[in-house]
Design a protein around this ligand. Structure first.
Ligand code: GLY
Length: 359
């Protein structure tokens, strides 16, 4: 079992490997537990070795992150008589863990949460770092709280039933960690069969990605410290500015990691023009993502439409002097070396978008 410490003010561990979830009963010993999970995982709750757990069933995927589901969750906790000393467990993909975290942040003004992610994406990203929340009609994740878990159990045995598309999509987040912080991930992805979730290579790249995320969030828990010389938690957004726009324009029919893949190619092209990223790393970006089976081309939407959506990105800032919204994107000058690209030229953005056209 690999263990990664997240050294925030209240440090916690991420445990990674086959069988990690068997540690749950010890972690919650002597306390009542409410497990928040989608319907397909309800059977699993009975096999976790918990004493008489309360089950809060939520819809699958993003539908879990709605105000209605949140209210039903609070009601479920009230009916079960959950107290401040009890614990909530988030079991599922990123949507279930985000909702469980927000329930925990708000129930009785904050109770403990332990996250048990069941997708590659949630293990590498959503379940770690304390971002919790729901969506409202005006946008995704607009309501939420930072509420760090007490522990995260990434049990790779729980991934064996995932379909290949889910695994590939989660791998995009792992590759992202390679580009922003730990280039060894890129070497491993190129040299080994990391798509086999039962392999040692998979556990290694996942552990490395979790280590990157742990270091980044502990340095900037509330995503506040980017400055010209240093990029904090925002660095986790490498490729995401275009990716979020692509996801919205595809009406969320693409997996997050698929949009991220296209977004990383765009970010690499932009980094080549602004930060001197070499042609070799730009080509390597395309080759790695293609090798995983992720999309690297996209020209299905008019640039003006995508550009408008990119303006809503949370990294964008308002400049009171000019009255303009200033776009800020994460770039790299080489793998592991991140810098912000602020207010890029509109023609350059168009050129980078054109470079995504299929040959
Ligand atoms: N998913 C990006 C972050 O946790 O900051």
């Amino acid at each position: 079992m690999n263990r990664v410490e997240v050294p925030t003010a209240q440090p916690y561990q991420v445990r990674i490997g086959p069988g990690a979830v068997t540690e749950l009963p010890t972690l919650v010993a002597g306390r009542r537990v409410a497990v928040v999970c989608p319907q397909p995982l309800v059977d699993l709750v009975g096999r976790l070795g918990l004493h008489d757990p309360v089950v809060i069933e939520v819809p699958d995927a993003e539908a879990a992150k709605s105000p209605d589901v949140l209210v039903r969750g609070w009601q479920g906790l009230a009916e079960a008589g959950m107290t401040r000393g009890d614990v909530i467990v988030g079991l599922g993909g990123g949507a279930a863990t985000d909702l469980a975290g927000f329930l925990a942040a708000t129930w009785m003004r904050g109770v403990d949460v332990i996250q048990v992610p069941t997708t590659v994406l949630a293990m590498a990203d959503a379940a770690i770092g304390g971002k919790t929340g729901i969506n409202i009609p005006a946008g995704k994740n607009l309501v939420g709280a930072f509420h760090e878990p007490k522990a995260v159990l990434c049990d790779t045995d729980l991934l064996t039933t995932l379909n290949a598309r889910e695994v590939r999509s989660g791998m995009a987040e792992i590759v992202k960690c390679g580009f922003i912080d730990d280039p060894v991930i890129l070497d491993l992805v190129e040299g080994q069969d990391v798509l086999d979730v039962t392999s040692k290579a998979f556990v290694e790249v996942l552990t490395r990605a979790v280590t990157v995320k742990a270091a980044v969030v502990s340095g900037d828990l509330h995503e506040r410290t980017s400055s010209s010389g240093h990029v904090g938690r925002e660095r986790l957004n490498y490729g995401h500015t275009l990716a979020h726009a692509v996801e919205a324009h595809k009406h969320f029919t693409w997996r997050h990691g698929e949009a991220d893949a296209v977004g990383m190619v765009f970010a690499a092209e932009l980094s080549r023009r602004y930060l001197g990223l070499s042609d070799e790393v730009v080509s390597r970006t395309r080759a790695i993502l293609l090798g995983i089976g992720l999309p690297i081309t996209f020209d299905e939407v008019e640039w003006a439409d995508l550009r408008g959506t990119m303006d809503l990105d949370k990294k964008t800032r308002f400049d009171p002097e000019t009255g303009r919204r200033v776009l800020r994107l994460v770039g790299i000058s080489k793998p592991g070396d991140v810098a912000m690209i602020v207010d890029p030229d509109e023609d350059v953005l168009v050129e980078c978008y054109r470079s995504l056209q299929p040959a």
